[in-house]
Design a protein around this ligand. Structure first.
Ligand code: VGL
Ligand code: ZN
Length: 178
């Protein structure tokens, strides 16, 4: 049983430059994420990729009164992964219901159960955006009792100041920043 999992958060086309909700420099971490995926795969870790997977009328979209432009709509090119996932990777779709927002990969999904069933004790988190889905996922991982590591050279935030604050919050919650 793999004791470890790599959780790659929301590495999707719409969060990259020229996407619908771009994270500045989001594409710069693609090679690093791919290296981690390969390294963790080789050492037998479970590879998990979360994806934002919204219906077209999602509550978080401006058209619905939410804060964000429409992004990562289910089955559109903007929702596609930009990292290379191996066969056997576990894909976790989140925020799939029109009236519920979910930044964390654990929220409204089977992620915690899947990790537990696979014997996972430690999780390593990378991806975007640092101060939204990465932070929420890492904090929930701690809450679920996993030893949690942030791969800080493979995350990117929307705003640099918010990213710094998010790193401090994660650290004080018990996330180990690598
Ligand atoms: C995200 C804003 C809206 C994220 C998702 O993946 O961090 N941010 N939806
Ligand atoms: Zn979203």
């Amino acid at each position: 049983m793999p004791e470890e999992a790599l959780i790659v958060v929301d590495m999707q086309r719409d969060f990259m430059p020229r996407g619908a909700l771009p994270v500045p420099g989001g594409d710069e971490i693609i090679p690093r994420c791919n290296e981690y995926i390969e390294e963790f795969r080789k050492r037998g870790a479970l590879i998990v990729a979360t994806r934002d997977w919204h219906p077209p009328n999602h509550i978080s979209f401006k058209e619905q009164g939410g804060p964000w432009p429409a992004h990562c709509v289910q089955n559109t090119p903007g929702a596609e992964f930009v990292v290379d996932l191996p066969a056997g990777a576990v894909i976790i779709s989140k925020a799939t219901e029109p009236d519920k927002e979910a930044y964390s990969g654990f929220e409204g999904t089977d992620l915690a159960e899947i990790l537990r069933k696979n014997g996972v004790k430690r999780v390593y988190v990378c991806g975007v955006a640092t101060e939204y889905c990465v932070k929420a996922t890492a904090l929930d991982a701690v809450k679920h009792g996993f030893e949690t590591y942030l791969l800080s050279d493979a995350v990117k935030g929307i705003r640099p100041g918010d990213e710094e604050q998010a790193l401090r919050e994660m650290k004080s919650a018990g996330v180990r920043i690598l």
